[in-house]
Design a binder for this molecule. Sequence first.
Ligand SMILES: [Zn+2]
Length: 238
Amino acid sequence: MAGVAVLVGAVSLTSSASTLAPEESWLDATRAVDALAAPAPPSAPTPSRFATVSRSAQRSEGDQAGAAEATRAGVGTAVDQQATRRSRALAALGRQARSYARELASERWALPLTRYRITGTFGETSYLWSTVHTGLDFAGPTGTDIHAVASGKVIEAGWAGSYGYRTIVELEDGTELWYCHQSSIAVGVGDVVARGQVIGAVGSTGNVTGPHLHLEVRPAGGDPVDPAVALAEHEAAP
Ligand SMILES: [Zn+2]
């Protein structure tokens, strides 16, 4: 009978996973399976269907409690209770997976300057640039704090020709954020910076007409995309 309880759990897992929205199914497949995977109690044969989703050799506390209860309280009740517990646990995991997905999607960014005026937008043309403008310009007085837009690792910090003093921060997903024309740089290569942390100061180094921060956003370190759009996508519209 204990075997039946486990099978009920396994069937619930399968149906719960398949009812999640498609974009969340990968989360369910990785997180939920890891968290749920628990072998059958020692006395029970392992149903083959359950075995296909079981990856972890660890047993959860719930299962241990369930096994003990089955001994104490009669098998029929224990089966019901175990099934109820499992479906509750599955529902909780489903909620957890959905909230984790939301958290990932809304990984928030911060604006680099607290007070600024946008003086150049992405894609503009000007005599100053050899091609179109590849970033977004936040004008502010020289010495104004520049805050990290997102958390990441400093992979470059120093002189960069027409970009002046530039810091490049690589985010966890490989996106590069370029902070250019600085009057001073407050971080070094290898530093891990937190969103909002002061990483330097506004300046007019490089190819500029006045003090401003030129911010670039380069997914996977490739071609630049519009920082205004990227900021807006991360709940920090300028
Ligand atoms: Zn610029």
